[in-house]
Write a protein that binds this ligand. Structure first.
Ligand code: B12
Ligand code: SF4
Ligand code: SF4
Length: 248
């Protein structure tokens, strides 16, 4: 028998395969949902050369719900089942190599690596259970750290803390770029400004984000600006408190 395993590691259309295999249905956020597990799982495949019986696809269970579409901070779910990756925070913070488009920066909030809002709000995720795979457990140094502490990390610290984690893949520069955007969106704080200025001159891409962030911070201080995402965030927090596992 020949076989080859994949988990997000090759150009395989994993979601349509999962639907055909009866693992779940495609949610309006475009991820695969299962009645018991919600969408909190990765997809993996084993390609083999054995003829196997074909499974029955699972039925669609989103109904009239559109919670994932309305909670998305950047409006990336442009229509049911369609994500405009160019607007998705997951793409912007993980895959995009260059500058984050200015018009999307304030919408990113304090998300520095990926985003799960469309999954957090999904009612089906109330039923998901925590797995026992230790690789998915929160890491001490990455669990609720301050943004200023993260921004101070040198490359060696970044590489050692993220060893064995998918976060390592984005590299130190993109990491700092993302944290700079999150600092831009933080409430006004003199210390934020000093920490950001301390990294000026290291890299032109980073400089552009830092200078933008400083400008935004100063405007925020002078205008005493209210966070436009406030009510949306509160809605998400309420939804999480209502039913999801504490660790999520
Ligand atoms: C590119 C990609 C992204 C992009 C684009 C995502 C998107 N929704 O388009 C970005 C970087 C934004 C992204 C983000 C995320 N991703 Co991603 N991503 C992928 C990846 C590598 C490829 C998907 C892809 O574009 N394939 C190519 C296109 C052509 O395929 P497709 O979109 O599935 O479309 C086909 C069919 O679905 C069908 N189709 C599509 N639309 C429609 C509509 C109708 C009506 C019909 C009939 C058919 C149909 O036709 C298409 C062509 O055959 C997959 C892994 C993989 N190899 O599949 C993971 C994958 C989809 N991602 C995953 C995850 C976990 C995420 C994030 C949650 C990560 C995070 N926390 O930040 C976010 C969620 C964002 C979201 N709401 O989708 C998981 C999803 C697990 C699950 N339970 O479904 C996957 C499967 C990886 C894995 N192995 O676990 N991702
Ligand atoms: S991962 Fe975040 S930005 Fe991307 S579609 Fe979901 S809610 Fe929107
Ligand atoms: S939030 Fe609602 S529409 Fe979106 S995937 Fe979940 S059930 Fe479907």
């Amino acid at each position: 028998m020949c076989f080859r395993p994949f988990v997000d590691s090759a150009p395989v259309l994993e979601r349509p395969l999962a639907v055909k295999a009866g693992l779940g249905w495609t949610g309006k956020h475009s991820l695969i949902l299962n009645r018991e597990a919600g969408s909190w799982f990765f997809l993996g495949e084993l390609l083999i050369n054995l003829p196997l019986p074909v499974d029955q696809p699972a039925g669609e269970n989103c109904g009239r719900c559109v919670a994932c579409m309305t909670i998305c901070p950047t409006g990336a779910i442009v229509e049911p089942y369609t994500v405009d990756a160019r607007r998705c925070i997951s793409y912007l913070t993980i895959e995009l190599e260059g500058a984050i488009p200015v018009e999307l920066r304030s919408l990113i909030g304090n998300r520095i690596y990926g985003c799960d809002d469309c999954q957090l709000i999904c009612p089906w995720n109330r039923y998901g259970q925590l797995g026992d795979e230790t690789g998915f457990s929160p890491r001490h140094k990455l669990h609720a750290p301050s943004l200023t502490a993260l921004f101070r990390w040198d490359e060696a610290t970044f590489l050692s803390v993220t060893e064995g984690s998918a976060i390592r893949r984005i590299g130190h520069l993109r990491w700092l770029r993302n944290v700079a955007v999150a600092l831009e969106n933080a409430p006004w704080n003199e210390n934020n400004l000093l920490v950001q200025k301390s990294r000026l001159g290291e890299n032109p891409l980073l400089d552009e984000h830092i200078l933008w962030a400083i400008e935004q911070q100063i405007t925020r201080r002078s205008e005493n600006r209210i966070d436009v995402q406030h009510s949306q965030q509160q809605r998400l927090v309420r939804a999480i408190e209502k039913g999801l596992m504490r660790d999520v």
